[in-house]
Design a protein around this ligand. Structure first.
Ligand code: SER
Length: 854
């Protein structure tokens, strides 16, 4: 029996033997890749090698990389899907390509790993018209050459055989995959031209080559990479299944002990059931993620282990495990992976404690949820989507568990209705960010008693009364809060905007009681006001007087409307391909991310600023229409890409004929209230996505004044009028670069004359100061004349050796700057300086007349 460790070593040694460098695997938490939640393949941490942004330690590499894939989470528990897996990977970065990759793959599979060649099938990219890519005949031929017959080479479309990118952007390309025939008990044999069953009988054991040719931008455009690469990856657990002829990955030495521990904990020995596999997989993945430092939470990364653990807890309790002992399962995971990955062993107790905490906090709610589910199911054939959503929002009961438990009692679930309810709530909390530190988090489960939506009055008013429905402090609901405490408060009606759609939540006061330092919307529709109680006592049931901070609301509104105008202006100036990719609206500034393939040039940026300011001056008034989503779409209103609003009605906001967007935010009444709009920065955030930071109102004016004063300072330093700073700065930069031997000055129209018996030559020239100096010296010696050259306001004077007793170059320059303004210096033979304006030939002749005394 091949075990995990022997397979890892066989794979790595094979590639080392073929001159690949073994490199360590990375954390499952990606470093510096905002487009990726978790490392999902061996190539993900190496992305920058493929784009040429970083140089690899060797062109051919191999390693084992822990990966997390949640995309197929619903398939977990079948023969071969798991959430955490180890990927055996090999790469050639800008080195060999298809033919060699295929040779190596075949040699390893049929040689070192000893698989029967007759059981191997391969798939190749079958071409794609939309992508403009032909079928990958080169790979097919390579497979034939090593010995795979044509009738076991299957061409598949891009959906199967075009891999990547990992995350939303990055390297990708067509690929070729190796499948193992696991035998006829798993389905009928493949017949060329027929369907190739990749779910049961034929199991993918190696993506033997992604042939990386493209860099996909966030705008969806495929751009050619500077060089081609090979990226391969094979799931260790599947390889163990294949080599040992097992039924599923759950029977491998890597997972079987974990599955057994689940059975033991649940007292369900004997047959391995689907939920044993799911719990084993989910806790194993949670341990892997948490061993890399992530802790369960409500946002982003932390939400993945939270969901995984919650699902396990619910599955266990739904099967009457009131005391779900997770410790032996965590031990089994660490027992199998700890010897290979020391960080599993090192963080064992901290991870176990965090999982137990999650189980305990969530367990009580789930118990109540399951009781409620029993009541909902009782006597019904169909569970409504609204009930299922309620169980999810109130008790955190995952919908698939509701579905399974209902099915066990012969009831079905209205999934479409559930999805609609979920979408509605996602819209309400859309864009909620940065709330990780809140005592009550937006998707924390609320007790039934405090459910209830908050009515938002803030479109029309900045102050109103509201009745306190709930208070949270110290992690639990309380009846009252005293002075000196912070609490989260839900009221029935509020003028406070709850953070969403990129706009920050309002701040303000609860009259006579304290301050509201922030507002967010809870998934249930209640607005959470973070209140700092300063005096008195705040009680549930009290009617409180709420007032939004008018000044910061006005700033925020100006920035939000300016964001809409910016969006419209970018589309006008750059083109309709521009799509919003994110935004943040605060009182201080606005930040807008959008798709565009390259940096904006200065003229484009100026055009955008000018257009937005024109629209500000147009003093257009705000028009709001509430309509159904399809009419909104038909009206041409901009909405966020891919966003399904799933609501009965949406707000369509327009200003003049230039801006029309779906938006729930708060805005100015008239565009002139924006006052002024200035772009502060423009930069890249990801491939194909640009970010503009801008300011409005007083901040825009301050920004302009600051820029003007910097310009004056620069001009004073350069001793140049402000309008000439650019050429002056250029000259300075050139001078700082030192003499450029190749760049000679070009002298045009030399004028020779004699001043007080001294022969001179005067000529306008072009070139750097260094070039002028060289030229002046050369000409002076050649001609035996004093030579005066000028380029713009730069002046160079050279006196040849033959006239050295007669006059000094620095004296001539001094006379010039005294008469014409400016400064400079030099010696008897050569001097240079900057005048305050461009001299004329006549003025310089006069200077010489004064400098060369008779
Ligand atoms: N990146 C490819 C995959 O994950 C090959 O490793 O399938």
């Amino acid at each position: 029996m091949a075990d995990g460790e022997s397979i890892r070593e066989t794979f790595l040694r094979f590639f080392e033997r073929h001159d690949h460098l073994r490199i360590p695997g990375a954390s499952v938490v990606p470093a510096g890749d905002p487009t990726l939640l978790f490392v999902n393949s061996g190539m993900a941490p190496l992305k920058k090698y493929f784009t040429g942004e970083r140089t690899p330690p060797a062109s051919d590499l191999c390693n084992v990389q822990g990966c997390i894939r949640t995309k197929d989470i619903d398939d977990v528990g079948d023969r071969h899907h798991i959430t955490y897996f180890e990927m055996l990977g090999s790469w050639s970065i800008g080195g060999y390509f298809k033919e060699r990759a295929v040779e190596l793959a075949y040699e390893l599979l049929t040689g070192d790993l000893g698989l029967d060649p007759r059981r191997l099938y391969v798939t190749v990219f079958g071409g794609d018209e939309r992508l403009g890519l032909p079928a990958d005949e080169e790979s097919a031929l390579a497979w034939e050459r090593v010995g795979v017959p044509r009738d076991r080479i299957v061409g598949l479309p891009a959906s199967d055989n075009f891999w990547g990118p990992a995350g939303e952007s990055g390297p990708c390309g067509p690929c070729t995959e190796v499948f193992l025939d696991t035998g006829e008990e798993f389905g009928p044999a493949y017949v060329p031209g027929g369907e190739f069953d990749t779910t049961r009988r034929y199991i993918e054991i190696w993506n033997a080559g992604v042939f990386m040719q493209f860099d996909k931008g966030l705008d969806g455009v495929l751009r050619p990479l500077p060089f081609t690469s090979v990226d391969t990856g094979s799931g260790l657990e599947r390889m163990e299944l294949a080599l040992n002829g097992l039924d599923s990955v759950y029977d491998t030495g890597l997972l079987a002990p974990v599955v057994r521990s689940v059975q033991d904990v649940m007292g369900e020995g004997g047959e391995v059931l689907h939920h044993h596999r799911v719990i084993a997989d989910h806790l194993r993945a949670a341990v892997a993620i948490m061993s890399d430092g992530v802790r369960p939470g409500n946002e982003g990364r932390g939400y993945v282990p939270r969901r995984l653990i919650r699902k396990c807890v619910t599955l266990a309790m739904g099967r009457h495990q009131d005391r779900f002992d997770v410790a032996p399962i965590v031990e089994a995971v660490v027992g199998s992976l700890g010897p290979v990955y020391p960080h599993f062993a090192a963080s064992r107790s901290a991870v176990l404690a965090a999982i137990e905490r999650e189980r305990d906090e969530f367990g009580v709610t789930v118990r109540r949820g399951l009781d409620r589910l029993d009541k909902v199911i009782a006597g019904h054939d169909v569970i409504s989507g609204t009930d299922a959503f309620d169980l999810f929002a109130t008790y955190g009961l995952p919908v698939e568990i509701t579905r399974d438990l209902a099915a066990a009692q012969g009831a079905t679930l209205d999934l479409a209705e559930f999805d609609a309810a979920l979408r509605r709530h996602k819209v309400l909390s859309r864009g909620v960010t940065d709330s990780a530190d809140r005592r009550l988090r937006t998707d924390d489960v609320l007790p039934v008693a405090v459910r209830g939506r908050t009515t938002f009055l803030g479109y029309d008013t900045l102050s109103s009364e509201g009745t306190v429905l709930t208070l949270f402090a110290g992690g639990t609901t309380v009846d009252q809060v005293e002075a000196g405490t912070e609490a989260d408060m839900i009221v029935d009606r509020t003028p406070f905007y709850g953070e969403g759609g990129g706009q920050v939540g309002d701040r303000g006061v609860v009259e006579g009681l304290g301050e509201v330092t922030g507002t967010v919307v809870h998934d249930s529709g209640g607005f959470l006001h973070r209140v700092s109680v300063r005096s008195g006592v705040l009680r549930v049931g009290d009617v409180v007087s709420l007032t939004v901070d008018a000044a910061s609301r006005a700033e925020t509104a100006a920035n939000h409307t300016a964001t809409h105008l910016l969006n419209a202006a970018l589309r006008t100036v750059l083109g309709p391909h521009v799509r919003q990719a994110g935004s943040l609206v605060e009182p201080q500034r606005l930040r807008f991310d959008f798709t565009h393939p390259r940096p904006l040039i200065a003229d484009e940026l100026v055009a955008v600023e000018r257009l937005v300011n024109d629209w500000v001056l147009a003093d257009a008034s705000r028009e709001v229409e509430v309509m159904d989503p399809s009419s909104a779409k038909a009206s041409g209103a901009l909405s966020l890409e891919g966003e399904d609003y799933g609501q009965d009605s949406v707000r369509v906001l327009s200003f003049g004929a230039f801006s029309k967007e779906l938006c729930g935010g708060t805005h100015v009444d008239r565009t002139s209230q924006i006052g002024s709009f200035r772009v502060v920065s423009e930069q890249s955030v990801a491939s194909g996505v640009r970010r503009i930071v801008a300011v409005t109102r007083r901040r825009a004016v301050e920004y302009s004044l600051e820029q003007a004063s910097s310009l004056s300072e620069v001009a004073a330093t350069l001793r140049t009028p402000a309008k000439d700073v650019v050429p002056a700065a250029r000259r300075l930069v050139e001078a700082a670069k030192g003499p450029k031997p190749a760049a000679a000055a070009t002298v045009s129209g030399g004028f020779e004359t004699v001043v007080n018996e001294v022969p001179v030559m005067l000529a306008p020239a072009e070139g750097t100061v260094a070039a002028l100096r060289n030229e002046a010296r050369r000409e002076a010696e050649k001609r035996g004349r004093v030579v005066v050259l000028w380029s713009g306001s730069t002046l160079v004077v050279s006196v040849p050796g033959s006239l050295s007793g007669r006059l000094r170059a620095d004296e001539v320059l001094k006379t010039a700057t005294a008469r014409l303004g400016g400064g400079g210096g030099g010696n008897a033979a050569l001097a240079q300086g900057g005048l305050t304006s461009v001299p004329t030939r006549e003025s310089l002749v006069e200077v010489l007349g004064e400098a060369v005394a008779p």
